[in-house]
Design a protein around this ligand. Sequence first.
Ligand code: 5GP
Ligand code: MN
Length: 328
Amino acid sequence: MQNVIAQIAQILKEEDDFLVTAHENPDGDAIGSMSALAWMLSRLGKNVIAYNESGVPRYLSWLPFPCEVYTDLGDLPFTPRRIIVLDSGSAERTGEAMQRYLHGVASICIDHHLRTPDYADINWIDPEFSAVGEMLAVLADRLAVMLTGPLGEAIYLAIASDTGNFTYGNTSPRTLEIAAEVLRRGLDLESFTARSEANWSLNRVHLWGRLFDNVHLALDGQVAYMTLPESLFNETGTTMEDAEGIVNFLRRIYGVKVAMTLRDLGPERCKISLRTHGALNVQEVAATFGGGGHRNAAGATLNMPMQQAVEAVISILADKLGLDGKQA
Ligand code: 5GP
Ligand code: MN
């Protein structure tokens, strides 16, 4: 692992004209990592641009970038000589256009998902890290770049987002040490929290109220799930983005081992999000549908309507909870 970090550090120092990207429908780790790496490269005096197929979601739009974040590869102001893909467990996760574009350009993948294949020219993949933001903090240390200002803020966002504000099992002493280092370097946590959390619309509160009214339990209360029907977003004047994070609350129900949300992607397509507390590995469940993720948090897109998907996932969970019943 030290070798690949040294190799990446060397490339960052020697090469120029970088493009940083992450998975589509990005979360706090994806956007935080893109911003952090862009800041690191710009501090090293490099040309850098960012790209995300879905753009920056509104709830993360307060995070500063040192460069433009493009959503169309046709708009790039220069041809990148090195693409760095962050937080993407497969090339597909970067979106169709980037997946194609990657074929012609030298690339690096920095990722922390389980079973990420080596799809870039250089691959630093380590599921021991809570977040890609944590990996970038290690890289910054290698490069003697301090975690100050917007770089510190981006690293903190990435890590806080993937650890559920330092509450999930992936939070290690190193995770907390990096957070401490960011604070030591001047992060104003109160202002950070005001920007990152106090940004809900009243419509979003109403959406959550309606969604919480519609939670179902299965398998003797071991599984909690809710569907996110398109109609509810229209009725409450919200978008899919406004449901971000709600799955974590289902995990709070007493006795629940697996929480799931299902998002409507059309009549024959839906996206599942899975969360668990520990012993049961939801990455394996998502992988049976061609998805992936982490032990405790995973997702997949299924080519079936939501109700059929509920049944398909619950039947797999029934097996897993039966087999692993004691530890799960
Ligand atoms: P979420 O449920 O928040 O969308 O995603 C949870 C975790 O699962 C994230 O680490 C995410 O990268 C991963 N994940 C979500 N959807 C997919 C998917 O369709 N394919 C793969 N490989 N991973 C996914
Ligand atoms: Mn991540």
